[in-house]
Design a protein around this ligand. Structure first.
Ligand SMILES: Cc1cc2nc3c(=O)[nH]c(=O)nc-3n(C[C@H](O)[C@H](O)[C@H](O)COP(=O)(O)O)c2cc1C
Length: 289
């Protein structure tokens, strides 16, 4: 199980999780200009508008995307995870909270953590982590920009004799062999699974991923609020464009992006005739990439 426990998130999400104003606190922290930007964007790409007001009132995306990354939300997910017979629990984006290590150890479940620098790795060792995932910038940048080739041997030397898995840009046997040569005990893959049958990736997005080349991605904060590499699309272009209000931090940007992506994918599935006017890319279906 992999539980996202970011070290830093927007304060409104923490206040909401503490029950101070509930979900409204978090939703109110999304500036009105961001909702207006979405309304304009949907109009320009001829994507029917989801009922933002209804979604805001119901707090659906806030509940899913916002509170789960708070200390309270993550604790609930850790407890649910450990109630199942799992073989490993991993913490991303910071050292695991002490209770994750304590509760996992009580149940004999090893704890892994993702790191992007040797300093992160030292902190993880001090926190009691059993397995380090050294994730290079090729993974997209959630943990940092040092490349896998440089990071893995550095982390292996830093945490020895703890085992290290190499991550970031690894999808083939040749890349796995390279990781082992760098001193890793194994590899940890992400993107390669996105196009498997078991993945929940929408079919039209899978097709785009399989057709893409290594030049077709960008690092963008438009999806989660933290930099993440993804296929370049009208969505990523628009958030970088002159009319963009700028991506918000985590988890506020997740609240915006999750609801929008759900609608964009739904529309892409049924086929979309194309942008109504002034598109920045050739097709409205590009939204779904
Ligand atoms: C769509 C997507 C979502 C991810 N979500 C998480 C996450 O919630 N927690 C986490 O620790 N890592 C997450 N990762 C990172 C993976 O666990 C893995 O470290 C990374 O994808 C490895 O790099 P690669 O994609 O180049 O194989 C995610 C990766 C992708 C592609």
């Amino acid at each position: 199980m992999d539980v996202l426990v970011p070290a830093k998130i927007d304060d409104s999400a923490e206040r909401a999780a503490r029950g101070e104003g509930g979900l409204d606190t978090m939703l109110a922290a999304v500036p009105e200009q961001h909702w207006s930007f979405l309304v304009d964007l949907f109009g320009r790409y001829d994507v029917p508008l989801p009922d933002f007001e209804k979604a805001k009132r119901a707090g659906t995306s806030a509940r899913g995307a916002g509170t789960q990354v708070t200390a309270r939300g993550a604790t609930e997910l850790i407890d649910v995870s450990l109630a199942h017979p799992i073989g490993l629990i991993a913490s991303a984006l910071g050292t695991p909270p002490p209770l994750m290590v304590e509760r996992a150890k009580e149940r004999g479940v090893p704890v892994a953590a993702l790191v992007g620098t040797a300093e992160h790795a030292r902190r993880q060792v001090a926190a009691g982590v059993d397995l380090i995932v050294a994730q290079g910038g090729e993974a997209g940048g959630h943990t940092g920009e040092i490349s896998t080739m440089v990071l893995v041997p550095e982390v292996v030397d830093t945490v020895a004799p703890l085992p290290v898995l190499a991550a970031g840009g690894i999808a083939t046997g040749r890349q796995m062999a390279a990781a082992l040569a760098l001193g890793a005990s194994g590899v940890w893959c992400g993107s390669v699974w996105l196009t498997t049958e078991e993945a929940e990736t929408p079919p039209q997005v899978k097709e785009k991923m399989l057709a893409a080349t290594s030049r077709d991605t960008v690092r963008s904060r438009s999806r989660t609020g933290k930099p993440a590499r993804q296929l370049r699309s009208a969505w990523t272009d628009e958030w970088e464009g002159p009319g963009s209000p700028g991506a918000l931090g985590m988890p506020l940007q997740m609240i915006i992006a999750e609801g929008a992506m759900r609608q964009i994918n739904k529309v892409a599935e049924t086929g979309n005739p194309g942008p109504a006017r002034s598109p920045t890319t050739s097709s409205a279906s590009a939204w779904a990439r």
